[in-house]
Design a protein around this ligand. Structure first.
Ligand SMILES: [Zn+2]
Length: 122
């Protein structure tokens, strides 16, 4: 299989024409987690949860730098990287992010149970 076939053949939605894998209809959080797992899980597992979490923190630092520059391409890249590393950490500790997110943020703030949030400003 080529570099893209393993993922795109499993994550093709709606229009099945070549190259439409993720962009046509978007993907769910679970699908994103599975994509990252397919690409990196072996390496993440070998590195371990502490080392992988350290990479996540490093990416957050890069995101902060990108916010300062205001470069939208860089910002888009760093936001994607932070999400990818977060999904990696979640997979290592066997948390289904979609399930966890829905359970915690079920259309409202987990603390005040309102949307928009009515908690005191922090
Ligand atoms: Zn709140």
């Amino acid at each position: 299989m080529g570099p893209n076939t393993s993922v795109s053949s499993c994550y093709r939605y709606g229009d099945t024409s070549a190259g439409s894998s993720m962009t046509q209809n978007g993907i769910t959080i679970r699908e994103a987690q599975n994509i990252i797992k397919q690409i990196y899980f072996k390496r993440d597992k070998a590195r371990g949860v502490n080392g992988t979490t350290l990479h996540l923190v490093e990416e957050v630092g890069e995101l902060i730098r990108a916010l300062r520059t205001g470069n939208r391409d860089k910002l888009s890249e760093e936001i994607s990287d932070v999400l990818a590393w977060l999904l990696s950490v979640a997979s290592l500790v066997e948390i289904d992010v979609e399930e966890a997110f829905i359970s915690r943020y079920n259309f409202s703030c987990p603390k005040c149970h309102s949307s928009p949030c009515k908690c005191p400003k922090v």
